[in-house]
Design a protein around this ligand. Structure first.
Ligand code: HEC
Length: 101
């Protein structure tokens, strides 16, 4: 499997797992996830999707594990300009990368 396909598949799996997580919790064990937790999960899934859609257009997908949290910040600031992403999109991708490394 090519790197790009591998990462796209992994991003899809993460997004699917998150979906399952947010609807699959037994209601007795946990109250409905807080609005904040739901917003975080949605932001993470959005970041994963935007990463899969945008970050392999010009070069191979970079693994989230390639950089530490504080290293991803300047990389995304740089790639945001290259990729023509909005601040909001870049932020979602940054969150996804920092939570997946
Ligand atoms: C429009 C083309 C383009 C897109 C889209 C793009 N990159 Fe890049 N990327 C480059 C180029 C060109 C380089 C080589 C460094 C340079 O000349 O800027 C690079 C370099 C990098 C590097 C090496 C470190 C660095 O900052 O130079 C990383 C990591 C990286 N890109 C990650 C990403 C991520 C994550 C995304 C998605 C948000 C992304 N790239 C989207 C063109 C792109």
């Amino acid at each position: 499997m090519s790197n790009q396909k591998y990462f796209a598949a992994r991003a899809a799996l993460i997004a699917a797992a998150l979906g399952a997580f947010s609807i699959g919790l037994p209601s007795a064990a946990a109250e409905k996830p807080s609005q904040k937790a739901q917003a975080n999960a949605a932001e993470f899934a959005r970041g994963a999707r935007l990463w899969a859609e945008n970050c392999n257009r010009c070069h191979n997908m970079r693994d989230p594990k390639d950089y530490r949290d504080e290293q991803w910040r300047p990389v995304i600031a740089h790639m945001r300009v290259r990729a023509g992403l909005s601040g909001d999109q870049a932020h979602a991708i940054l969150r996804f990368l920092q939570e997946s490394n």
